[in-house]
Design a protein around this ligand. Structure first.
Ligand code: SF4
Length: 354
């Protein structure tokens, strides 16, 4: 069947369709992605007031695309104390945060308890706060380092107060590209397996895809389809987050920025392919806030949040180190013709800013 007819009749798109979508005109693609977005969410643009905390940048792994971990290009190792982390959390709560998003490098020196105890301390002091923590890559690292099964690591996460898992560490699932950009990190199958185990506990997570480096459009479609397959089984992904690759201060030699057209097409295609993942997030820390605002017309319904402080993408050149002021964030969404909706981490609406 003709691709456009398939889209118009809401038929599920396959791998070949996904690849062909990249050949469509940007605005034609945007029209169809926007139609789905508007049917589900109207002009509402979701965001949350959150704080990203990256407790340590000392890492046992060496991903070529990474500018965050301490290495010879970034000789600045740090590990925050629990007191420092709690003080950031306290400040964020005072600023209205409802979520802390905690992602670290794979620090081999801290011990497993160091990771777990901070979750408990946060929950004890701020029981209303949603703790989103430990990517599947971190779960895999902790499992290998300390000799626990994935199930055991996940049980401990639940016990110590982790509410949901972030979507990081997925990078790109194609095994050949993956082994080039992040050899040694959690395998694609294990990334999916960890999320499946997490979903089986009745918990939600997100899924990312790092694009715009050495991967091809076929790899992006393959990545989306592997996620769609798991989502059919578990229904545990809240959001898909395409992360635009940042090219500075790392060891992956990519000499061009990905163009805006290709980025917008990827948001639109993810909306069309991922018919079972409710939210498509334009994570402005990697796309820039202006392109994220435009992405709302191309299928994206979520802009992440105010962030407050961000270390991972900004280390590689993104303009996200200090987050965004709430007022500016709201104004930007409104002046682009959307209605800001503050949500909690599970997409319950907290406040609509008409
Ligand atoms: S991406 Fe994560 S696991 Fe890879 S080197 Fe950077 S901090 Fe370490």
């Amino acid at each position: 069947m003709d691709l456009i007819k398939k889209i118009e009749s809401n038929e599920r798109l396959d791998f070949e369709d996904g690849v062909k979508l990249y050949d469509l005109d940007l605005f034609e693609l945007g029209f169809y992605a926007d139609k789905i977005r508007k049917n589900r969410f109207g002009r509402e643009a979701y965001f949350n007031v959150n704080r990203h905390i990256n407790p340590t940048n000392i890492c046992a792994d060496i991903c070529k695309f990474c500018a965050f971990s301490a290495n010879r290009k970034n000789p600045n190792p740090y590990t925050l104390t629990h007191e420092e982390i709690l003080s950031s959390v306290k400040q964020s709560c005072e600023n209205g945060a409802t979520e802390v998003h905690i992602v670290s490098a794979h620090n081999p020196n801290t011990g497993f308890e160091w990771y777990l105890e901070i979750f408990k301390k946060i929950k004890d002091e701020f029981p209303f706060l949603h703790v989103k923590a430990l990517t599947a890559a971190e779960v895999d690292f902790l499992s290998r380092k300390y000799g626990y099964s994935y199930e055991e690591v996940i049980d401990k996460m639940v016990k110590y107060g982790v509410d949901s898992m972030p979507g990081g560490g997925a990078e790109i699932f194609d095994e050949k590209v993956r082994s080039y950009v992040c050899k040694g990190k959690v395998s694609s199958d294990d990334w999916l397996k960890i999320h499946k185990l997490w979903h089986k506990r009745g918990k939600m997570s997100n899924a990312t895809m790092l694009f715009g480096h050495v991967e091809k459009k076929e790899h992006r479609i393959d990545h989306m389809l592997r996620l769609r397959k798991l989502q059919d089984e578990t229904g545990g992904f809240n959001a898909f987050i395409p992360l635009v690759y940042q090219r500075y201060n790392n060891f992956l030699k990519v000499d061009k920025f990905l163009g805006s057209e290709e980025i917008l097409k990827t948001y639109a295609i993810s909306r069309l392919i991922l018919d079972n993942i409710p939210h498509i997030k334009a994570y402005w820390a990697t796309s820039t806030i202006n392109l994220a605002l435009v992405a709302q017309e191309f299928g994206a319904d979520d802009l992440d949040g105010t962030i407050e402080k961000e270390s991972i993408q900004s280390a590689a050149g993104a303009k996200s180190a200090n987050g965004l002021e709430m007022k500016d964030f709201l104004d930007l969404i409104k002046t682009s013709g959307f209605v800001p909706v503050q949500r909690d981490s599970l997409y319950n609406k907290i406040k609509i800013y008409n």
